[in-house]
Design a protein around this ligand. Structure first.
Ligand code: SF4
Length: 608
């Protein structure tokens, strides 16, 4: 099958049995790859009501048809499972080189089932596949183990690891790869830890078949030339996502002190240019990428090297906990990377505890004696360690802010900044209704990468709550996750303005199947409805109220900065959902209708 490796590796961890299966043609045609594969496999193979941390859950690692080809950014791997953080669908993609190596070894996807009786890692060297004992790595940091495995196996092996946080069941643990890239969100690393799978190591030497080699080369060359010719290339390659830090602060979306504000009075300390000059050592890119957004940094103050901090980390472990020294944020980033913690959820958890402390909801009695004041770097470092080790207050925060609010009560759930149990990523949205709706309806919980609509709010008017905003969110929710089906980075389109038409053209050249961009968007819509159906099936009573943002959205205006005094009313929240559901073809409770499922070819599979 052109553009695919043709084989799926099924790994039964309980029995130590590995099976090679032919890639299902229907799966490839109907779901493309990556997140599409994951959603389809999880929906079909998971028993209803599966415990996310039990043997019934499956961890899917999937590439896409563009993964591993010489196309800008074709280095994205999807990790997916039923989420221990939310109880619903989870997928998270990671850049780097893993998917390319998987395809070169001959595999489109790995499916991990069951629980291993002892720590193991999956070793893949082309046809040679086996589970190897990994007890000696258990308890060690993600980055440390990647380094050791590279030394033991060889530099050309691509490695994915988990850290101690995942081993201990912190619900927002991530999978780490390429020394600082993460499949970070919704606890895909936690599932890997529950399976006692410490790492995956892959080397491959084969080629990927393509339908029309000349056409593929021609279009690919055009794509690289267009990226390099983009006016945005230079600043993107120089600063990466850290270039967003000051912009976000200026428009009042930089989450500050647990999202109480969207502007940080000390944001200058986190500016991308300052970071570049002070700590960045070199640039770092994923497979096939000519616009390196990764920044490899060295903090002399803390004596560490780390990839980052990228925007989300500067937002959540910087402004949101009121740290203004980029070297302190870099150190917090380093700790998260070694422990294997998602910096977004960890930053939220610490900020939430700090606001609870500020309001007197918790005292030093609940905090193991720590004074949880905003802006205290040592407190942030201490809490990260406590979370990773699940010690004292860390054990409560390790289960997410929704859980912590449930434990501490006293109205704290109003400012536990999450949707569906997943902590919000880095955009304060009380004056950006389209961005807020993106968070409310994202299919893993409050994550921005499905629809980054804040620029649309700025373009058409921030106060407006109109049909076009719901339409824009839906449009983005089909385009952006489509890249995760293709196994390719979206940032060349988002940041460099690469024309979307290239992707349909190059996909046709490599697969030999003629599909328009609209055909591909329809597949993305199918996947979106399938992940929604997964939530409906797995979460009892799932519906409209699961899409509500935290009550702070309508109860408390922004306290400072350019959006001071702004909030989205409860009526507008309901209006946003009404417009969104109607345009999606869902009922008023947010459930896909039979007509919509039939239109998307899902009516036989989905029984709701
Ligand atoms: Fe990786 Fe950044 Fe390039 Fe995307 S733009 S492929 S995330 S280095």
């Amino acid at each position: 099958m052109n553009a695919y490796a043709g084989t799926v590796l099924r790994v039964d961890l309980a029995r130590g049995k590995i099976t090679k299966e032919s890639l299902n043609l229907e799966l490839a045609r109907g779901y493309l790859g990556g997140r599409g594969f994951a959603a389809s496999i999880l929906y079909q193979e998971l028993e209803e009501g599966t415990d996310p941390l039990g043997p019934g859950n499956k961890l899917i690692v999937a590439t896409g048809p563009l993964s591993g080809l010489l196309i800008p950014g074709a280095g994205k791997t999807t990790f997916a499972a039923k989420s221990p953080a939310t109880g619903g669908y989870a997928d998270s993609s990671v850049g780097g080189h893993l998917c390319a190596e998987m395809k070169y070894a001959g595999y489109d996807a790995f499916i991990f089932e069951g629980v291993s009786p002892q720590p193991v890692y999956l070793f893949v060297d082309d046809e040679e596949v086996e589970l190897r004992e990994a007890s000696r790595y258990w308890g060690q940091g993600s980055i440390s183990v990647e380094k050791v495995l590279k030394e033991e196996l060889g530099e050309e092996f691509q490695i994915a690891t988990i850290g101690p946080a995942a081993e201990r069941g912190v619900v927002y643990s991530c999978v780490s790869h390429d020394f600082g890239r993460q499949a970070g969100r919704a606890g895909v690393g936690t599932v890997m830890g529950a399976k006692r799978l410490k790492a995956i190591a892959v080397r491959g030497t084969k080629s990927i078949p393509v339908a029309d080699l000349d056409e593929y080369r021609r279009i690919s060359r055009q794509m690289y030339d267009a990226c390099r010719a983009s006016e945005a290339w230079e600043s993107w390659a120089r600063l990466g996502t850290s270039g967003v830090n000051m912009w976000s602060d200026e428009v009042g979306s930089f989450p500050t002190r647990n999202f109480q504000s969207g502007a940080f009075e000390k944001a200058e300390g986190l500016a991308g240019e300052l970071m570049r000059e002070r700590i960045v050592v070199t640039d770092k890119a994923c497979f096939g990428c000519s616009s390196p957004c990764g920044k490899w940094s060295h903090s002399k103050k803390h004596g560490i090297r780390v990839e980052g901090p990228e925007y989300e980390t500067a937002a959540l472990l910087g402004a949101n906990v009121a740290l203004s020294d980029i070297e302190d944020v870099a150190y917090a980033n380093y700790l998260c990377d070694e422990y294997g913690l998602d910096t977004i959820s960890a930053g939220n958890a610490i900020a939430f505890a700090m606001e609870c402390f500020e309001k007197g909801i918790i005292t030093t009695e609940e905090t193991d004696g720590l004074e949880l004041n905003f802006g205290q770097a040592k407190v942030v470092f201490a809490l990260l360690e406590k979370i990773a080790k699940r010690e004292g207050i860390g054990d409560i925060l390790a289960q997410g802010v929704k859980h912590a609010a449930h434990v501490w009560g006293k109205g704290s759930s109003d400012f536990a900044v999450q949707v569906k149990g997943l902590e919000m990523s880095g955009y304060e949205s009380r004056n950006a209704p389209a961005m807020l709706l993106s968070y409310m309806t994202a299919d893993v919980g409050a994550h921005h990468n499905r629809s980054w609509a804040i620029t649309y709010d700025l373009e058409v008017g921030r106060d407006k709550v109109t049909e076009d905003k719901a339409a824009k969110v839906i449009e983005l929710q089909h385009i952006r996750p489509l890249f995760d089906c293709l196994g390719c980075c979206r940032l060349q389109w988002v940041e460099l303005g690469l024309d979307l038409g290239y992707y349909a053209a190059v996909l046709k050249a490599v697969t030999g199947v003629d599909r328009s961009w609209d055909d591909l968007l329809k597949i993305s819509e199918r996947v979106w409805n399938l992940t929604r159906a997964f939530w409906v099936r797995e979460v009892e009573g799932f519906g409209r109220e699961w899409d509500y943002p935290p009550a702070r959205t309508w109860k408390e205006p922004v306290i400072s900065g350019p959006t001071k005094g702004k909030f989205v009313s409860r009526e507008d929240v309901e209006k946003l959902l009404d417009m969104y559901y109607a345009q999606r073809g869902w009922d008023k409770n947010g459930i896909p209708t039979r007509e919509k499922l039939e239109e998307l070819g899902l009516s036989d599979l989905v029984k709701i």
